[in-house]
Ligand binder design. Structure first.
Ligand SMILES: *Cc1c(COP(=O)(O)O)cnc(C)c1O
Length: 478
């Protein structure tokens, strides 16, 4: 008998309506709605059509595939209805991991988001007068109380989408068509797409570089000042350090120059800590309060780095300058929504109460090596067995977010190796598990740092490690 022709095979493909009448598919329609199921049928049948055209099926194989069509539709439906943004277990030990969403929010922040967003709120409504209000008052008050120590009467804060937006708004407001003096050693790129010279250009400010890559003196700033100078800009280098033959003016020298010549000093601080960094062993970093206290006019910082809150960019400082930024029409384009205000307000309230433990990123930074060791040893004893080697070793966690590039926190790591599998194969298996587990790979080992794993995730992590282990056992026939 001659093999069936291509058109004959294609004619066997059912119409969408026929598939919709199959019993399993009928239950799918009841559960997820006709539109989504219809889409999945088209995709699944389309796949069969492609396979036929590519000559992958004979008559019998096609019949077999058609029998499996309802299951294929169900699998396709599950894939297409799965949310793309999913929780993962961050076992990298990088606390403010930009690719994993930076700071996890506190329970209080999440509760406040839910409460204020599931109904209407007084976002821009003055409950006393019944008139239109301003959305920024919701957090300005808390920033004043947190930063008040520096200059109670003057410190005021507005919030925009992120720190990059804060830099754009500050420079556009203060320096449009005027000059901004920056040290060559601070013309940094942060996170791939944020480059100080590019943002400067978009802001319509004119960049005036001074000094050299490794050395800039206060005299370099002073001699660059002209009648066109609008801002002295200090940029935190964030993700790199210059060492060796270096020189940089102190904040005090910059403040003195800015006062003497009456030119605002703006600091792009990035990580923007609102707590004493010495509590995590970092010295020589100002934090927001330190800079304001030293006399910086406006400090720009992120909401989801050291602050431990939602993505946002803050402009804090001299009330007259911040008021100018608020009235810039760019502010309207860069402003944040109620979800951000709610999360930020609840996070800031924890600072007012000095309840640092309630903010996950701060809690992780303060977690002791002893406690991590205890957790690591108990997890190791749960998952170790022949086929999967687990050792508990010394290591370092990373704060991330450009906080202090060389600052690390001592930790204990689980080091995993598996005969017959490379570390990157093991890491890929962990990523593909449910929930996905993201690890570090170093020197041919998979490293797991429990500093960034929430205690309530540890049993899920143990489950994943146990399953990966039996997967590997099955693959290698052991
Ligand atoms: C992180 C950082 C930025 C960018 O902040 P986003 O909140 O990611 O926009 C800008 N400047 C400095 C110094 C930073 O550290």
């Amino acid at each position: 008998m001659a093999p069936p022709s291509l058109p004959a095979l294609l004619r066997k493909l059912p119409a969408v309506d026929e598939v919709l009448r199959l019993p399993l598919v009928v239950t799918l329609v009841i559960r997820e709605g006709r539109a989504a199921v219809t889409d999945s049928i088209r995709t699944a049948v389309g796949r069969l059509r492609d396979a036929i055209v590519q000559g992958q099926f004979d008559d019998q194989q096609l019949d077999f595939a058609l029998e499996g069509l309802p299951d294929a539709v169900e699998r396709q439906l599950a894939r297409s209805l799965q949310l793309s943004l999913r929780p993962v277990i961050n076992a990298t030990g990088v606390i403010l991991h930009t690719n994993l969403g930076r700071a996890p929010l506190s329970v209080e922040a999440l509760d406040h988001v839910r409460q204020s967003a599931q109904t209407y709120s007084n976002l821009e409504f003055n409950l006393e007068t019944g008139e239109r209000g301003q959305r920024d008052i919701h957090v300005d008050r808390l920033f004043q109380s947190i930063l008040g120590g520096s200059n109670p009467a003057a410190a005021s804060t507005i919030v925009v989408n992120n720190n990059a937006a804060a830099v754009l708004l500050a420079l556009n407001t203060l320096a449009e068509r005027g000059e901004v003096i920056v040290s060559r050693g601070e013309l940094v790129e942060i996170g791939g797409s944020f480059r100080i010279p590019d943002v400067m250009e978009k802001s319509n400010g004119i960049l005036r570089e001074v000094g050299t890559t490794n050395r800039t003196r206060i005299a370099d700033y002073e001699s660059a000042i002209t009648e066109k100078t609008r801002v002295l800009l200090r940029v935190h280098r964030s993700n790199f350090e210059i060492s060796g033959f270096t020189e940089q003016p102190s904040i005090d020298e910059l403040v003195a120059l800015s006062r003497r010549r009456n030119i605002p000093l703006v600091e792009d601080q990035g990580s923007g800590a609102l707590f004493d960094l010495r509590t995590i062993g970092i010295s020589g970093e100002n934090g927001v309060l330190g800079s304001l206290r030293a006399g910086v006019d406006v400090v720009l910082f992120s909401g989801d780095k050291m602050l431990g809150g939602p993505q946002a960019g803050m402009l804090s400082g001299r009330a007259d300058l911040v008021a100018r930024m608020r009235s810039n029409s760019l502010f309207r384009a860069l402003r944040v929504d109620k979800l951000t205000y709610a999360a930020l307000e609840a996070t800031l309230l924890a600072y007012v109460k000095m309840d640092y433990e309630s903010i996950p990123a701060l809690r992780m930074m303060h977690l002791s090596k002893d406690e991590i060791t205890r957790r690591a040893e108990s997890l190791a004893s749960l998952v170790a067995r022949p086929g999967l080697d687990v050792a508990v070793i010394d290591g370092e966690s990373v704060i991330g977010g450009g906080a202090a590039p060389s600052a690390v926190l001592p930790t204990k790591l689980l080091s995993l190796t598996c005969a017959g599998f490379s570390a990157s194969q093991l890491a890929a298996k962990l990523r593909a598990s449910q929930p996905p587990v993201i690890v570090r790979v170093e020197d041919g080992r998979v490293l797991i740092d429990l500093r960034t794993v929430f205690p309530e995730q540890i049993s899920a992590l143990a489950g994943v490690l146990t399953n990966v282990r039996s997967d590997i056992g099955a693959d290698t026939g052991t």
